[in-house]
Design a protein around this ligand. Structure first.
Ligand SMILES: *Cc1c(COP(=O)(O)O)cnc(C)c1O
Length: 404
């Protein structure tokens, strides 16, 4: 039996203690979510569906990707062996495609006429627009007006892929407003519309559904490490925005008590500055976007150099793992992530996404404190090509500071 307690309504935890997840939505969303859950429960056990999913993961996304032994990095740090799970090698450059293929195939089975999604920095929007092109399903992406300005290239990518990008113009005009608009569209049009959410967040059944599609990361990693080392790792680690690449890696190891699990939240400009995106490390249980989880106290200060980690809430299952002590959550700040970005690029010839660099930075911190025969697996959630211009600017700023 698994140590993870989750009810049929997607509530993690016991009645006596804190509970996370669930469904806190306006009444008009209850029926659409129920219909979605029924379809998910049905197709996740459907052989033909599973075969189609595996086909696209292999032939289109390029799975399985390698579990790569970062030998030079390991030797330089002089401690535990570091393995990288290479989600950066997937089509479109990150783990996001695992989830968008899965949900889009489900949408196809449900015979919807259109798919909608929210996006912050644009990565999930691009991954969604990609599979919608592949499966010939009309696609609408909601994006905050401010994000549309900041991420013009990703907006253009989505448009090239045939998606319509709609600006969310209320409030701060960023990710939160994009989610609100997408949920609103879904509640009005659910008869023919599928809402394809981007992480292990939102009301039930989204966290369980996204975990299901992302768990391929951990299942492959487990098989690969057993082949290479003949045993399980001592530590697995991943960056946590909403928490989907982390949950994908963690979940298949959760009942292996000998495997330590560490999620890495973005510490931004430093926890004491208040400018970060680390709800698990600093927040309190509350409700956001229709579910219960740890939430940052001051969501207006939500910041990370990695746009994909910039979310004031976090998946309910991570909240539960923290609460019961199954996983630890630590922070890595902007400067440390930038150093890890540069270090991995130079030592291994792999340019990681700034998001993934947070997990690499944590591995770099702890590997030297571990024995040489110990093993760390890091989720390399995405590639850093999208980040090189930003890193260039940050390095200019660093060298300017050094000259004053
Ligand atoms: C979006 C993104 C993340 C953060 O999302 P999670 O749901 O927390 O995994 C991390 N890494 C990359 C490369 C991303 O694009």
């Amino acid at each position: 039996m698994s140590m993870i307690k989750v009810s049929a309504d997607g509530v993690f935890g016991d009645q006596e203690g804190e509970q996370f997840g669930g469904t806190y939505v306006p009444q008009e969303l209850e029926l659409p979510l129920q219909k979605l859950n029924e379809a998910f429960q049905h197709y996740k056990n459907d052989e033909e569906f599973e075969r189609e999913l595996q086909y696209y993961l292999k032939e289109y996304a390029g799975r399985p990707n390698p579990l790569y032994y970062a030998e030079r990095l390991t030797k330089q740090l002089g401690g535990a062996k570091i393995y990288l799970k290479r989600e950066d090698l997937n089509h479109t450059g990150s783990h996001k495609i695992n989830n968008t293929i899965g949900q889009a195939l489900l949408a196809k089975r449900m015979n919807v006429k259109r798919i909608i999604a929210e996006t912050g920095a644009g990565q999930h929007g691009v991954a969604t627009a990609t599979v919608c092109a592949l499966l010939n399903i009309p696609c609408t992406i909601y994006m905050g007006e401010v994000d549309i300005e900041r991420q013009a290239l990703n907006v253009f990518r989505m448009q090239m892929l045939g998606a319509e990008v709609v600006a969310a113009k209320s409030g701060n005009r960023t990710l939160k407003e994009a989610v609100d608009e997408a949920l609103n569209d879904f509640s009005k049009n659910y008869e023919d519309t599928f809402y394809l959410i981007g992480s292990v967040v939102g009301p039930h059944p989204f966290p369980l559904m996204v975990r299901h599609f992302q768990s391929i990361i951990g299942r492959e990693a487990k098989q690969q490490i057993l082949e290479k080392e003949g045993r399980l790792p001592d530590l697995i680690t991943a960056c946590v925005g909403g928490g989907s690449n982390a949950m994908g890696l963690f979940y298949p190891f959760v009942d292996d008590a000998e495997v330590a699990i560490v999620g890495v939240e973005p510490g931004g400009k430093g926890i004491e500055s208040g400018i970060h995106a680390a709800p698990l490390s600093t927040g309190k249980p509350d409700i956001i976007h229709g579910f219960r989880c740890y939430v940052m106290e001051d969501a207006d200060n939500c910041h990370s150099i990695a746009a994909g980690l910039d979310y004031p809430g976090v998946g309910p299952e991570h909240s539960y793992y923290k609460y019961i002590g199954r996983a630890d959550y630590v922070t890595v700040n902007d400067e440390e992530a930038l150093d890890a970005f540069l270090k991995l690029s130079k030592t291994e010839g792999i340019i990681p996404a700034l998001e993934s660099s947070h997990a690499v930075a944590h591995a770099m911190k702890v590997a030297p404190t571990m024995q040489k025969d110990q093993i760390i697996i890091v989720s390399l959630s995405g590639r850093g090509d999208k980040d090189v211009a930003q890193v260039y600017d940050m390095l200019q700023e660093r060298s300017n500071l050094q000259h004053v």
